[in-house]
Design a protein around this ligand. Structure first.
Ligand code: K1U
Ligand code: ZN
Length: 175
């Protein structure tokens, strides 16, 4: 089993668009298993492959606390978006445990494949699931939740992060 390192903003590799999966083989199934373990280790409810520097259209999601509802979402297409909802989103790739509200659809229908290459549909009427799927599908397109923020909120976050990175570099060079 491999626990991957999560790539963090502002690493430009997070911006690379992901390619569709074409081979549904044992290697893919191992990767999916490792993605779940990486997500649980990081206390996330979702993880997209580009967050571990793999640029393929693979997402894992589990909103439960007991690891009982694992969703594997490969080559997803959103076929319906309706309503609106916003919660304080976080992201394993966005440092400083930063959270902010993003306006999303409250209900989505997603057509996708599982790790065996079987097509299936997720009818996400649960708002958290709908938001999580949109957040993860954004990752496949190289987009982060902070890209949805107002210019002011985004620049305040970027300044806070630059300040923290300067502080960290100084502390490292002093030790
Ligand atoms: O993509 C990721 O980085 C995972 C991200 C998914 C997500 C969380 C909240 C809203 C939208 C998408 C996380 O899991 S960050 C951890 C987190 O914020 C969280 C954890 C448990 C319950 C609720 C949120
Ligand atoms: Zn994220």
């Amino acid at each position: 089993m491999t626990i991957y390192k999560v790539v963090e903003y502002p690493n430009p590799r997070l911006r690379i668009p992901s390619k569709p999966v074409t081979e549904f083989d044992e290697k893919l199934r191992q990767l999916v298993e490792d993605m779940f373990e990486t997500m649980y280790t990081a206390s996330g409810i979702g993880l997209a492959a580009p967050q571990i520097d793999i640029h393929k259209q693979i997402i894992v999601v589990d909103l439960t606390e007991d690891k009982s509802d694992q969703k594997v979402v490969i080559n997803p297409k959103i076929t319906l978006k309706e309503g609106s909802a916003s919660i304080d989103e976080g992201c394993l790739s966005v440092p400083l445990d930063y959270r902010a509200k993003v306006e999303r659809a409250a209900h989505v229908i997603v057509e996708c494949f599982n790790e065996k290459g079987e097509p299936y549909t997720i009818d996400a009427t649960d708002e958290l699931l709908a938001i999580c799927l949109q957040h993860e599908i954004d990752h496949l397109q190289g987009k982060l939740f902070i890209d949805h923020l107002s210019t002011l909120k985004r620049s305040l976050y970027d300044k806070k992060l630059s300040k923290y990175e300067r502080y960290k570099r100084r502390a490292e060079s002093a030790s």
